[in-house]
Design a protein around this ligand. Structure first.
Ligand SMILES: Nc1ncnc2c1ncn2[C@@H]1O[C@H](COP(=O)(O)OP(=O)(O)OP(=O)(O)O)[C@@H](O)[C@H]1O
Ligand SMILES: [Mg+2]
Length: 372
């Protein structure tokens, strides 16, 4: 999958930008605050229907303008689609080949669109893996960040997972509401709990098997990034790990957590509290790894799903925002050599230090494209 063209209207600092991209490496260079991240933010917006920097449309719309538009030509093998996003301060509209998307699920076959959390209405019009500066802290950050990694990747892969996740979230909300009520209806609570347990059994299976899939490729990826043989595994312990019938064991666990749930008026155990850790050569990366190691480990983890997708046309576009400046020269070089394998990659940087790549120089709201 590649983005061959991008047009921005009143998006961030761009009044009008029309730019073409190449397959392979696209290197976006320019001084601070020229608008490099804004370009990759627009690409990523088409992937998840929102920005990773803000939830306010207003911030994405150029100061003084009424609306913003992002248009992209996306090629998947022989097929090509034009994707349009139109933003006003209070709305987002998406069009694929000029057809408004009404029900996102209708389009799932055409453009791999799926909704994510019902609240956020995330979707994946274009498959993009983005590494942003904040991600370097993924293993030090809260468990939610790591769960999101699993949930987003599994949702892209399986609509069944996504459906179950959405159902689970609704049930969790319901359960918490019951726990908050002054007169707890235990029968109703048990009904909801049982439903949650049944769904979480499915979710746990998916998570477990996905973590195993990642582990098949993770050591290889990190070894190539670090230039030496490394053993990396992520480990996932489901909230129910003792042997026996899942529903039975889980029901008992919920009974044991009941007092705590009542006290905190919230659900203390379940798939919404799970976590993953990464072990690098047998040691927990979050407490043992250096900053550089953490960064490389997260890059490896985020790139790993790329190697699990067999269909070349569905392989994601890779975005690395501001990653290079934090790495030492050798790691930088190895990372660049590694990402050349991908079908299309966007790398932002304040300095040009690359050959055999398409270079996009950003200056004064304009992009000049050349090949170096
Ligand atoms: N809604 C908006 N309207 C106008 N300008 C905006 C808007 N949102 C952001 N900007 C401007 O965009 C610029 C930042 O762009 P961006 O984050 O892409 O910079 P960058 O090139 O990635 O810089 P750095 O190298 O520091 O990461 C800032 O100057 C900011 O003021
Ligand atoms: Mg930036």
């Amino acid at each position: 999958m590649i983005v061959s063209k991008l047009s921005l209207r009143n998006f961030r600092n761009y009044a009008a930008l029309d730019v073409e991209f190449s397959p392979g490496l696209n290197f976006i260079v320019g001084d601070n605050a020229e608008g490099k991240t804004n370009i990759v933010e627009a690409i990523n917006f088409l992937s998840i229907a929102r920005s990773w920097r803000t939830s306010e449309n207003r911030e994405l719309i150029k100061t003084g303008a009424e609306f913003a538009a992002i248009k992209a030509q996306v090629n998947k093998g022989e097929r090509s689609n034009e994707i349009n996003a139109i933003l006003t301060p209070n709305s987002k509209k998406f069009l694929v080949d000029n057809n408004p998307i009404k029900k996102l699920s209708e389009l799932s076959n055409l453009v791999n669109v799926i909704t994510f959390k019902p609240k956020d209405a995330l979707m994946f019009l274009v498959n993009v893996i983005t590494f942003k500066p904040k991600d370097a802290l993924m293993f030090i950050d809260s468990p939610k960040v790591r769960r999101n990694f699993l949930d987003i990747n599994l949702s892209k892969k399986s609509p069944i997972y996504l459906e179950n996740l959405i159902r689970y979230e609704k049930l969790l909300e319901e359960r918490n509401k019951i726990l908050k009520s002054s007169n707890i209806d235990k029968i109703q609570l048990d009904v909801v709990t049982l439903e949650m347990i049944k769904i979480s059994e499915i979710i746990v299976k998916y998570r477990y098997s996905y973590v195993n899939d990642i582990n098949r490729v993770l050591s290889k990826v990190i070894s190539q990034l670090k230039g030496e043989n490394e053993k990396a595994v992520i480990s996932y312990s489901p909230y129910i790990s003792s042997p026996g019938d899942f529903v039975e064991v889980a029901t008992r666990a919920y009974e044991m957590a009941y007092e705590r749930d009542i006290k905190s008026k919230s659900t203390n155990i379940g798939i919404h509290r799970e976590d993953i850790v990464m072990m690098l050569n047998g040691k927990d990366i979050s407490s043992y790894g250096s900053q550089g190691e953490n960064r490389l480990a997260v890059i490896a983890l985020k790139l790993a799903p790329y190697f699990l997708i067999e269909d070349r046309d569905l392989k994601p576009i890779i975005v690395l925002d501001d990653v290079l400046s934090e790495l030492d020269p050798e790691n930088k070089e190895r990372l660049i050599a590694f990402i050349r394998k991908f079908e299309q990659v966007f790398v932002t940087s304040t300095r040009i230090n690359i050959k055999n790549a398409s270079i996009l120089e950003v200056k004064n709201h304009r992009v000049t494209r050349r090949y170096a």
